[in-house]
Design a protein. Structure first.
Length: 172
């Protein structure tokens, strides 16, 4: 009888341990499945994202770059975008600057969305979101300013990792 009781206790301990192990394994597989789905969603978004830098205008320290969403998904979360300007400044020095996003216009060495347009009209549906077919104007204030008669490069990258570049001249 004593051996049966010890055996019963040991079998119970083994069963509870096995149940805990199975539960942990199922939880780990669930986390792996969620991570895999997130990676697939990001790859799908990246594949459906496309932007084009159309043109740039320079007026001293002010630069405006027009970009078009020619992809298949709306773009937003501008604070997660990267804007990089490689330029030759008024002091004849080469510069490469990454610019952070700012909600307000005119901040030095920062960029903001001046407006989003569909054709020639300001957007009225889903304000603040760059939908497919819409154009955004990015305003940048650089210090020091871009030199005249220079060749410069603007790079805009979305939060999905898709980027576009535009070569532009100083005082265009």
């Amino acid at each position: 009888m004593g051996n049966a009781l010890v055996t019963l206790i040991l079998v119970t301990v083994v069963m509870v341990s096995a149940l805990g192990l199975v539960s942990s394994s199922v939880s780990a597989f669930d986390m792996l499945a969620d991570s895999s789905k997130e990676v697939q969603d990001q790859a799908c978004d990246r594949g459906r994202t496309s932007i084009h830098c159309d043109e740039a205008h320079v007026d001293g320290a002010e630069v405006s770059v027009r970009i078009t969403n020619n992809g298949g998904i709306p773009l937003y979360r501008f604070e997660d975008w990267d804007v990089i300007i490689q330029y030759h400044d008024v002091n004849e020095e080469d510069r490469v600057v990454w610019l952070p996003y700012s909600e307000s216009a005119g901040e030095v060495n920062q960029w903001t969305i001046e407006g989003i347009y569909f054709g020639l009209q300001s957007e009225s549906i889903e304000p603040g979101i760059l939908n497919p077919g819409e154009t955004a104007v990015i305003d940048i204030t650089l210090s020091p300013a871009i030199g005249s008669d220079t060749t410069n490069l603007a790079t805009v990258a979305t939060n999905t990792g898709v980027s576009a570049q535009l070569v532009f001249g100083g005082n265009d």
